[in-house]
Design a protein around this ligand. Sequence first.
Ligand code: FES
Length: 201
Amino acid sequence: MADPVDGTTAAPPTTPTAAVPKATPPAAAKPAAKSKADSAEPPDKMRRRVIWGMIYGYLGINLLMFLRFFFPRALYEPNTVFNIGYPADFSLGIDQRYLMTNRVWIIREPDRIFVIFARCTHLGCTPEWKSSENKFKCPCHGSGYDSEGVNFEGPAPRPMDRAHVAMDATGKLIVDTSRLYMDDPRAGVNQFNDPGAYLPV
Ligand code: FES
């Protein structure tokens, strides 16, 4: 619009405009929290650990094998010759006190003592004495032996062997399981009455 005084044209009034917020510089991006993937070990490091683990395992096994040489796999067998005491220490019947240690039964009869080696003549298992049935019974395949160790049932082909028994100078009984006496009807051999297969008492 023209000013009537000085003929100038006044600038039209300006309407206040909404204050434009000052652009603020973007805040420095915060470092993102370390993701799990970032914190995981790098694959190279992991691989190196696995390889070292395998190497240490291998060396450890070799060390154990080396130390094993100092402990030979020896089987400690009981002495085959042993003292079982005096005849009077045995009452009539089957005595099992040397079964676990020496694998024998001591049989005391009214006029003799003999020693049965507790090995089944079928395949070598250790039979059990069944006092209620008055017989030895093999748990492996069922062979049965009477109270003198003579087979009567099952696959056992012959009686159980008897161990050498003798009396020493002091009157004690000495058993030797490295000297066995057998009765094998198939071979026509019977050593049960040989000297040493029993001891008269
Ligand atoms: S080993 Fe005794 S019956 Fe077979």
